[in-house]
Design a binder for this molecule. Sequence first.
Ligand SMILES: C[S@@+](CC[C@H](N)C(=O)[O-])C[C@H]1O[C@@H](n2cnc3c(N)ncnc32)[C@H](O)[C@@H]1O
Length: 586
Amino acid sequence: MQKSYTKEFKLKAVHEVVKENKKVKDVAVELNITIGNLYKWITIFKQDGVFYGKGHSKNKEKETIRQLEVENQILKKALFLSDKTEDIFEFIYEHKGIFPVQTMCRLFNVSSSGYYKFARSTESLEELKYKQVVKLVKTVYLKHGPNIGSPKITDIINRNESITSQATVARILKEHKEQWHASDSRFHKDEDVVLHFHNKNTYFDMNAGKYYHQDFAKQEINSLLDSTYFSGFKKYIRDDIESADSYSVKDNLIIQGENLVALHKLKQCFKRKIKLIYIDPPYNTERYDLSYYDNYSRSDYLLFLKNRLEVAKDLLKINGSIFIHCSNKEQAYLKVLCDEVFSEENIVNQIVWRKTYGQQNTSQMATTKDFILIYAKNKKHLQLNRTNLSSSQLKSYKYTDQHGRFRIDKIQNKRNGYYEYQVNTPNGEYINERWDYPKDTFENLLENNLIYWSNSNIPYKKVYLSEGSTKVVNDLWVSEEYGSTQEATVELQALVGKNRFTYPKPEKLINKIIELSTSEGDIVLDFFGGSGTTAVVSSNLNRQFITVELSKNNFELIIERLQKSLNDTQSFISCQINREKRPPQN
Ligand SMILES: C[S@@+](CC[C@H](N)C(=O)[O-])C[C@H]1O[C@@H](n2cnc3c(N)ncnc32)[C@H](O)[C@@H]1O
């Protein structure tokens, strides 16, 4: 039942906020009223001053109302913001041009000095933003020709939301104009190789079964996104399937549909929440015998990925990373594209993975490797995990004494040893030799029982296997611990039967990537799902997962595979992307 309140009560409530400068939320709790009611009264108060009290300056109260409105706007924007300080700082950083920093710090209860420290370490984000504006100005300028000026360019860029100022655009034009002219005119010469992306959006229409590579205006993209939605939610707990209304930020998700749309939709709930993105997109092999389409022109292929990577980047946490699997065919082009999207300073490395232990003898030289490009959202904040020693490395720790297991390192170096001195052996003989350590270091090792004498009385240095020994991962993944394509096929066949998917990735490989870049509870996203290897391995390692897959067959395969792999306590939600209208036709 709706409660009725006296004028005095409303006045008191509004003044609690206005006079004391308290938060609406706190006053509502104190007086046991709804936040909605309180806002309503404040609005009435603002409009006609019905609750205007004695002894207060109207202007001051208006100011307070304005302040409350700002707070309200901030809270609305921060709907999906988590409690983590790092996420809050990032939110403040992103909105510092729109809302006052101090107000945001007060509202989210974080220290402003802590925020400024964070902001200083994130300054390169500013540079990235500037680079993006340069890119936009360049696109508009080249499209409209040399006569377009900074007011018009600013207008075009800011058509939907304010991104930049006219002064910035004018400065960018002054700095770059000549250079753009030169590069643009070069595109017309056939002999020049230029990586040039048209301002197009590659989009797969599931109903028509074809790709659109066309210029979409921002409004068209917005209307396309507005008219699409996730539907058909089902919750899977082992063999049980329940219908569900929606999903939450805590759910494992399998989505069927076009990943460009899915990524945009996921942004509403998962912006800056994903720790790892692993993708294994089609390699552009130009083959037709695969479980998916894989025959693009190079420029369409790069454009296809560029559009998706740009959205994917927004989903990454500030300390997150993306691993992009590719083959020889597109690696070099993709690397340049990723440098542009994620910025050159954020490349972490390029892994070479030995994918097969057999080889075909049909070409001039057999290909046995793939590449995995790794980029950080912001390299300053990335912290990859160290790894345990491999089984072959562990095998070398074959000696034991009262202090535990150890391996031995040579110290005698007959040819190149820098130090030359005499060493007395335990059996009373002596060796006059060259060594890798100075004499006092050797004596120190001896004194501390860190020298091992071989049967032939040669001294070695003991290196103990300390508890939990770890090392930094390197970029050459060529041993069996990283799996192979043959192994992956057998793995999948054993679970779901033959001929269900061509060339899945091995669980061992994905296991290494996830362990390297995430911790338990982190969210892992794969938007080229395939047979669902990333989802299965994520759940095995207690990570939350989101997988997007276009094909219905593969989507059903992922569900089947997950149902057979998950334990009784794990669950996931599946849904599809639906669209009310078609995208604009060619
Ligand atoms: C190389 S496979 C991924 C294999 C996967 N890593 C595995 O281990 O099974 C690429 C997958 O991306 C899917 N795909 C291609 N274009 C897509 C799009 N636009 N949206 C969503 N999925 C897409 C294909 O259907 C295919 O299943």
